[in-house]
Design a protein. Structure first.
Length: 434
């Protein structure tokens, strides 16, 4: 706390991991050596920089840009870029810390990082978004590279923004490095990358339900958010026979007892993927109920998939979901459940998966994009999807291996934290004190 004043999200993420790994370290004292934990909670490098750009009215605007290079122990720094007014050092340090363990869980050779800016893309013209991306990369380019640091998208950064950033990187670096993932298909992107996080989250939920002899077929599912992760979580849950009854954005929630259909999802995508549309507009066009200012968690469901942002599901929401008989909660977003909410789910024997396990499909597929770029070829959709499913099943198995309690039940929270920690810690111990 004293070392990181004013960084509540970072301290929250660290506390969650330390709670899980501390008893494990006591049982395995080699992980208490080399100042391992002290080194792990300190990013290897933090870059903060000015991003100045000119808006459509000729006014100079100044934002703050960041890149947190948390750990290179396993491979090049890897993690998304976020554009949102709430971005600050604490949020990005928490995300980079989490990313390090998540990337280790994928078993691919990826280190951990995260970056972004306190830029609000809402209401900005396409030309302004492009100039902002170019201004950001005019500094970022000197810190990244295919074997150094490979950014990707996140909140507010999708295919369009990754395209602009890649273009400016090539111009400044004079290199066609595979330096971003989430690229367009015409310049090195991977099939299935847009779908990967949402699909992966649902694959993980399916695996968890399987441990209790269930599947998604016929279950009621609530999803929060309506961005990249939420959209493809809805699509895959529907495809596996679930009824998805909610979606949301920062303005409110839609509640649809009949459930999403492919047609409704197509309309949601049309509304949300252009001009930062509001989900209230989707509600107006479909006649589905809209609850302004509300979150989805009061709606009774079997499975909840929080896919919007950090700390969007608190202890009260968790109590409500438990009272309504929820079976399974899989995080599509990063740290959407507060620590109290996560503990409430575990205490009630709800199958609860932390994001570093359940949403790792996105970065895993980014890793597959890097592999394809290195091979200078591209794999068919079925091949990428099969590898994604296999990776999610592997993470699920690792959680079971490391998360089994004395009474035979499983803590996916402990399992994911310990499995990720062991990978990173083994790599760090072997490479000495650096
Ligand atoms: P998008 O920008 O595509 O969508 C974000 C969604 O969350 C939007 O519906 C947005 O609503 C909502 N949202 C964002 N911030 C807030 C907030 N402060 N309060 C309420 N709602 C909010 O982002 P992604 O779908 O890519 O990311 C969603 C989450 O998933 C994030 O936590 C991200 O870190 C995580 N994630 C993403 C991965 C990926 O591959 N994209 C990989 C792994 C994790 P509105 O439109 O109103 O802003």
């Amino acid at each position: 706390g004293e070392r990181n004043p004013g960084q509540p999200e970072f301290l929250q993420a660290v506390a969650e991991v330390v709670d899980s790994v501390w008893p494990f370290i006591e049982q395995h004292p080699r992980y208490a050596e080399q100042g391992l934990l002290d080194r792990l909670v300190e990013p290897e490098r933090v870059v903060m920089f000015r991003v100045s750009w000119v808006d459509d009215h000729g006014r100079v605007r100044v934002n703050r840009g960041y890149r947190i290079q948390h750990s290179m122990a396993i491979g090049p720094y890897k993690g998304g870029i976020r554009f949102h007014p709430s971005v600050n050092l604490s949020v990005l340090k928490f995300l980079a810390f989490e990313q390090t363990f998540k990337n280790a869980l994928t078993t691919l050779p990826l280190g951990g990082g995260k970056g972004g800016a306190d830029f609000d893309p809402k209401g900005k013209s396409p030309a302004e978004v492009m100039r902002f991306c170019q201004a950001l990369v005019s500094e970022l380019f000197r810190h990244v590279g295919a074997d150094t640091d490979v950014p990707a998208g996140d909140i507010g950064v999708g295919g369009r923004e990754v395209g602009y950033m890649t273009g400016m990187y090539k111009k400044l670096a004079n290199r066609a490095d595979a330096v971003f993932t989430g690229k367009g298909l015409s310049f090195g992107g991977s099939l299935m990358r847009p779908e990967a996080t949402g699909y992966g989250t649902v694959y993980f939920a399916q695996e968890m339900l399987g441990t209790r002899g269930r599947g998604l077929e016929g279950l009621r599912v609530s999803v929060s958010g309506s961005g990249n992760v939420a959209q493809y979580a809805i699509e895959k849950a529907m495809a596996l026979g679930a009824r998805v009854v909610t979606a949301s954005d920062s303005g409110g929630t839609v509640v649809d007892p009949e459930g999403f259909t492919p047609e409704k999802l197509a309309l949601l995508m049309e509304v949300k993927n252009q001009r930062y549309g509001r989900i209230s507009e989707y509600a107006e066009r479909t006649g589905v109920r809209y609850e302004a200012g509300k979150r989805p968690w009061h709606v009774p469901v079997d499975v909840a998939l929080p896919c919007a942002t950090q700390n969007e599901l608190d202890a009260r929401d968790a109590a409500q979901l438990v009272a309504n008989g929820v079976l399974c909660v899989a995080e599509g977003a990063n740290m959407p459940c507060t620590l109290e909410a996560a503990h409430a789910f575990e205490a009630a024997q709800v199958l609860y998966a932390p994001g570093k396990a359940s949403n790792a499909g996105g970065v895993a597929t980014s890793g597959l994009e890097m592999s394809q770029n290195a091979l200078r070829l591209s794999w068919p959709r079925e091949e990428v999807d099969a590898r994604l499913l296999q990776i999610m099943q592997g993470i699920h198995a690792a959680c079971l291996r490391h998360g089994r309690r004395a009474d035979g039940t499983v803590s996916y929270l402990d399992g994911a934290n310990i499995a990720g920690f062991v990978q990173v810690a083994d790599a760090m111990l072997a490479q000495g004190v650096t």
